[in-house]
Write a protein that binds this ligand. Structure first.
Ligand SMILES: *Cc1c(COP(=O)(O)O)cnc(C)c1O
Length: 392
């Protein structure tokens, strides 16, 4: 299995666990137990049950007829936007909160940029009656007031990170510092990033997306596989979930779409695969945007969820081996794609997901080509941005 990590968590040269000595026991505890927990009958039963009755899975696989007609292909949307809390992130937080419970943890910490992962974490902590502390950059707290309010209403404590640029990477540093001082807590990571075993664990939890796609496509078309799967990439969790069960089927084309912000070479971008170099971020070796001194370059995208300076190690490997094709979309292209989907299908997508839609006009498509686009989330949270664009 070429695209499964080694025992030490390496996908080719990428991955591993680059952590301070003091965190070693925590990470080791998780590493020693996660596979056994995930495959246990007790975990599987509770996970499946919550996904069905709490999250609302399976999410539909929807044949977008008008979109298909417009682009001359057969386009399906995997409707992660219809999940409870509005995106795919909850698939992971539901799974990890159960892992934390199996490990006997009673306190959860997380870091968040836009607040989406913070909300998904606070949600499952409320559900499980566990204490929740979310680290968030002070700048982000100001920018993302509605999500801060949601987290507080859900009972989480939101701790501002006041160092550096006061954004996601500073919140991550604070969370790691807190974890070192409070090793009894469980650190709930929101994407396929971080030290091994997090990238593999999160990919396995999001893999429910492609597990359902396989069954649904077969039911609806008789086909085993689509020709192409498209997903946007911030850290890479929704893409990892949408690609997972197709990784080893090399005839399925995988397209990962990054945010190009104001343009790949504008200096205001988050297109890591185009601009990044090999380095260590958040505990794993991967590609990331960095300056000549190895300092992280602040990324930019209109969509807060794609505004991340790295990608998970699986994606670095998919890029290096060319198993996935990496494309990108600018702010403007994503906004246009969001408006288009809204007008012709009656679905307001998240700005992140709109990046995946935005590559359709750049592709050479065939009528009989079956494409699945992972619609990672809904656009309610982005209304303010959409309305501003409408007025421009
Ligand atoms: C957070 C988020 C993303 C980006 O995160 P990944 O880990 O790359 O999936 C994409 N879409 C939505 C709707 C999000 O909330």
């Amino acid at each position: 299995m070429k695209f499964q990590p080694t025992k030490e968590g390496y996908y080719g040269q990428f991955g591993g666990a680059f952590i301070p000595e003091l965190l070693y026991p925590n990470v080791k505890e998780l590493e020693d137990n996660y596979l056994e927990i995930l495959s246990s009958e007790a975990f599987q039963k509770e996970y499946k049950d919550l996904l069905q009755h709490y999250v609302g899975r399976p999410s539909p696989l929807y044949l977008a007829k008008r979109l298909s007609e417009k682009y001359g292909a057969t386009i399906y949307l995997k409707r992660e936007d219809l999940n409870h809390t509005g995106a795919h992130k909850v698939n992971n937080t539901i799974g990890q909160i159960l892992v934390a419970k199996h490990l006997g943890k009673t306190k959860i910490i997380a870091e968040t940029g836009a607040g989406q992962h913070g909300v998904a974490t606070a949600t499952v902590c409320a559900l499980m009656d566990l204490e929740c502390v979310v680290f968030m950059g002070e700048t982000d707290i100001k920018r993302q007031a509605p999500n801060v309010a949601r987290m507080k209403m859900l009972g989480a404590k939101v701790v501002p990170a006041t160092s550096g640029s006061k954004t996601l990477k500073d919140a991550t540093n604070e969370a790691i510092r807190y974890w070192i001082q409070n090793p009894e807590t469980y650190y709930l990571i929101g994407s396929v990033v971080g030290p091994h075993p997090y990238p593999d664990m999160v990919a396995r939890l999001q893999a429910v997306i492609s597990e359902e796609m396989k069954v649904q496509l077969k039911e609806q078309t008789g086909k085993e596989n689509p020709d192409t799967v498209i997903a946007c990439v911030g850290g890479g969790s929704n893409a990892a979930g949408a690609f997972y069960h197709y990784l080893e089927d090399e005839e399925v084309e995988l397209i990962a779409v990054e945010a190009a912000g104001l343009g790949v070479n504008s200096g205001e971008s988050a297109a890591t695969s185009q601009l990044g170099e090999v380095g260590v971020i958040h505990g794993s070796k991967t590609i990331l945007m960095q300056d000549e001194y190895g300092q992280i370059v602040e990324p930019y995208s209109i969509s807060a969820g794609l505004d991340y300076p790295g990608v998970g190690p699986l994606h670095a490997y998919l890029h290096e081996t060319k198993r996935a094709k990496f494309m990108n979309a600018t702010d403007k292209e994503a906004l246009d794609a969001a408006y288009e989907l809204t007008k012709i299908e009656g679905i307001i997508p998240a700005l992140e997901s709109a990046h995946a839609l935005a590559v359709l006009p750049k592709m050479d498509l065939r009528k009989e080509q079956t494409i699945i686009i992972n619609l990672s989330g809904r656009g309610d949270k982005d209304l303010e941005t959409y309305i501003k664009h409408l007025e421009e």
